[in-house]
Design a protein around this ligand. Structure first.
Ligand SMILES: [Zn+2]
Length: 164
């Protein structure tokens, strides 16, 4: 749409309308996602949710890609705020922590520099092989609860499916 505008113009009412529509859809999806997630967590007796922070993704110069990341970052921030608010109703607390290196670390040997990721699979020279996102979530969670009494923790992966 932008490429069809006159020279020197960067936006139009039509473009702004599309952005507003996207924002509304995103807000609605986030609200539904938060409720659904918290219902499940509440039923499992969860009292604290740890979220991987995204602050390190912004340490690059501006580019189209960074711009997209910034957009995702603000969506993420909004999502976190929404989750915190809704979680309050359930008596669940939400903590944002750094997830640095959790996606490279092997849960079996603790190695980070020789692991490799191919599509959804993380492999390590020690022979470990597992689902990359689940492994990263588990490593992340274990780091948060190292000093605490270890509750029963198991990895679960949710994927957004447009309300279906
Ligand atoms: Zn390993």
């Amino acid at each position: 749409m932008q490429s069809k505008l006159e020279d020197g113009r960067y936006s139009s009412e039509h473009i702004r309308r599309l952005y507003r529509k996207r924002t509304r859809r995103r807000d609605h999806a986030q609200e539904a996602l938060c409720r659904d997630l918290l219902d499940r967590l509440y039923e499992k007796g969860v009292n604290t949710v740890y979220i991987g922070g995204l602050t390190d993704v912004l340490d690059t110069h501006w580019s189209v890609e960074t711009n997209a990341k910034t957009h995702n970052f603000w969506s993420f921030k909004k999502f976190t705020e929404r989750l915190v608010c809704t979680a309050e109703e359930y008596g669940i607390s939400v903590e944002v922590r750094s997830e640095a290196w959790t996606s490279q670390e092997c849960p079996r040997c603790g190695g980070t520099d020789r692991t490799s990721r191919h599509e959804d699979t993380l492999t390590s020279p020690c022979g470990f092989e597992g689902h990359a996102d689940l492994t990263a979530s588990e490593t992340f969670l274990e780091r948060q609860i190292e000093q605490a009494v270890r509750p029963m923790a198991w990895p679960v992966r949710f994927e957004w499916d447009d309300h279906d």
